[in-house]
Design a protein around this ligand. Structure first.
Ligand code: 6GU
Length: 251
């Protein structure tokens, strides 16, 4: 996978992405990540990238020309038209399934705005996807680009290997992850659930699945409809929901 990040703050994204699992995957050549500094493509002697908005209003607007030329630089280099993701709170909400879809691309361009925005005309010219990472406003697209690159990269072959499992994760079968415990067996009078010490793998698996189901009902009821469950698990879910409703009626 090749990521090309068009930004005014190249150090911010590269510092973050050189760390931990993504940094190691880069060193191994599993990922290529470059930050393309939009400011390097200005044509004025003060290297200004922004100007006042036509029609007035607060803030500044990043001009079309340096953004377009930064994009053209990437397109020329890779020799084809890649998907260009514009990071904006007005975009489509980024999800795990979007990460899975984007992980199949060869190249991805992330366009990160700052200030009040980017001249509409260059967006119309180059952007293929408008993406938001959630309903809150950030100062720029750099953190969203880093979030997306992290979520996409961990799905790529060989990036995680033994560092963490992509298979058993939150949202596997649309369920939240079960709770984890490690040594010691008792900490501040809190016991590790005995089933986990039993060595009985079928019972442990059953307990973990039930924990996942209960956690999803309690914390993300919006996900439970899409959960992939066995017949027995579905019966467990119905009973849990029924008892939960009874408990709520009593209070
Ligand atoms: Cl993708 N960009 C910016 N600038 N702010 C955001 C966002 C993206 N997602 C939520 N807030």
């Amino acid at each position: 996978m090749n990521y090309h990040i068009l930004t005014l703050f190249p150090d911010m994204v590269m510092d973050g992405l050189n760390t931990s699992i993504i940094g190691r995957a880069k060193e191994k050549g599993l990922l290529f990540i470059e930050a393309v500094n939009i400011r390097d493509f200005t044509q004025n002697k003060h290297n200004r990238v922004d100007d006042y908005p036509y029609g007035g209003g607060a803030g500044m607007v990043i001009q079309a020309q340096p953004v377009y030329d930064a994009y053209q630089h990437v397109e020329k280099k890779i020799g084809r038209k890649p998907r260009v993701l514009y990071m904006t709170p007005q975009g489509r909400q980024f999800t795990q399934s979007m990460a899975e879809e984007l992980a199949r691309e060869e190249d991805l361009v992330f366009l990160c705005g700052h200030y009040e925005g980017i001249d509409q005309r260059v967006l119309e010219e180059i952007v293929t996807d408008y993406v938001s990472i959630g309903d809150y406003v950030l100062t720029g697209g750099e953190l969203p680009a880093m979030v997306m690159i992290d979520a996409i990269s961990r799905l790529l072959e060989d990036v995680l290997h033994n560092e963490a499992s992509a298979e058993f994760e939150t949202f596997h079968d649309n369920l939240l992850e079960y709770p984890q415990y490690s040594r010691p067996e008792i900490w501040r009078d809190k016991q590790v659930p005995p089933v986990l010490l039993s060595g009985h793998h079928a019972n442990i698996e059953k307990w973990r699945r039930e924990q996942s189901i209960m956690l999803t009902v309690d914390h993300r009821p919006d996900l439970i409809e899409q959960a992939v469950l066995s017949k027995k698990e579905r019966i467990f879910l119905e009973k849990y929901v029924e008892e939960k409703e009874k408990r709520l009626q009593q209070t």
